[in-house]
Design a protein around this ligand. Sequence first.
Ligand code: COA
Length: 168
Amino acid sequence: MPVELRRAKPPDADFLLELLGNEDVRPFLGPRTAATRDEVLEEIDRSLSEPESFGRFVIEVDGEPAGMLDFHLASERNRIARLERLAVHPRFRGRKLGDGAARLFQRHLLEELGFHRLELEIYAFNERACAHAERVGFVREGRKRKAYLKDGEWVDSVLYAMLAEDLD
Ligand SMILES: CC(C)(COP(=O)(O)OP(=O)(O)OC[C@H]1O[C@@H](n2cnc3c(N)ncnc32)[C@H](O)[C@@H]1OP(=O)(O)O)[C@@H](O)C(=O)NCCC(=O)NCCS
């Protein structure tokens, strides 16, 4: 099934808001995740007006929204983008849509936007997402021990990166 990736537009706000609040998505994302419709709309506007440094993307299957992916500029000087909030809607899970979407995103960021390095961080307990990151070519660079307080417990995170030359 062909997966497509496109920049989010204002009419996507309700889908993104529902996805961010989904009980099988929210526990895996960081605490700064936008939570209101206005915040999501503000982020979409920023993605449209600052496309080289901020991105809110929708994963689509047969023209239907199935997930999301985000990035922001982490270092202009070093051409580093930080990827965030990959999520596939639970009704689309089980087909590894996240892998296809992540590969499209890597090409867009490294080849079209000219980033040199992509970084992402995953809670260590999120084994499904760590397995996904490794399948799509991210290299595990380290582990931050007890770095975040989550539901009253200290949790580790795992750091991943991909360089332009790591692309096939
Ligand atoms: C991570 C995510 C995007 C992957 O979605 P997807 O591409 O649809 O992936 P699938 O549902 O097809 O599952 C992919 C594989 O993970 C496997 N998997 C499921 N739970 C797992 C676990 N706990 N540990 C390891 N692998 C697991 C699945 O079995 C499948 O492998 P298989 O096809 O060989 O059996 C999706 O699970 C998601 O949106 N999670 C919530 C948000 C999130 O964690 N985002 C990452 C934040 S950094």
